[in-house]
Design a protein. Structure first.
Length: 175
């Protein structure tokens, strides 16, 4: 009988003297974070039921470009590398207007690729001919625009007025 009292007293004393830990070194109500801490052997404890760190996402953000043209004055406005089509159009329109354009119209918009604007002398001896094209690469955009322009040019050739790209932008962050 006396042994039971001694054993009970020992258990009570042990309970008062030590701090209870859950598995893998975390206190009660906490669990090890499944996300690596960056320090070998270190354990980060998080409340049970939480996700721990934020969810990570990586991918690509689209990038847009636009070309505006004032045919009366022969002015071109360019917008490139914008987050959306609206911003690309706004930048191109403002660029055209900043050069003195009063009748700037959109002639091309593109995303995640390249564009080229080429021109050459018109066949009638007056004015000029202009072509715009977009493709996946800069070289392909220029070649495509020149090929479309050449038959309508008095010289049979067209020069590059503008070429540029709006490539997708890498993204990595928390959701």
């Amino acid at each position: 009988m006396q042994f039971r009292y001694v054993a009970l007293a020992g258990v009570l004393l042990a309970g008062l003297c030590s701090h209870a830990k859950a598995e893998q070194g975390c206190p009660d109500g906490f669990t090890p974070n499944p996300a690596p801490t960056g320090t070998p052997g270190a354990t980060q404890c998080i409340p049970i039921g939480s996700l721990g760190g934020s969810l990570e996402y990586s991918g690509w953000n689209n990038s847009y470009g636009a070309v505006f043209f004032d045919s009366e004055k022969g002015l071109v406005g360019i917008g490139e590398g914008q987050k959306n089509r609206r911003r690309a159009r706004k930048e191109a329109l403002q660029h055209c207007q900043s050069k003195g354009g009063t009748d700037c119209k959109e002639v091309l918009w593109y995303s995640n690729g390249c564009a080229a604007v080429v021109w050459g002398p018109g066949k009638d001896g007056q004015g000029f001919v202009m072509e715009t094209r977009s493709q996946a690469t800069l070289g392909a955009a220029v070649a495509s625009a020149k090929q479309a322009c050449a038959p309508n040019s008095a010289s049979g050739e067209c020069e590059v007025f503008y070429s540029g790209c709006s490539n997708p932008v890498p993204y990595s962050g928390s959701l």
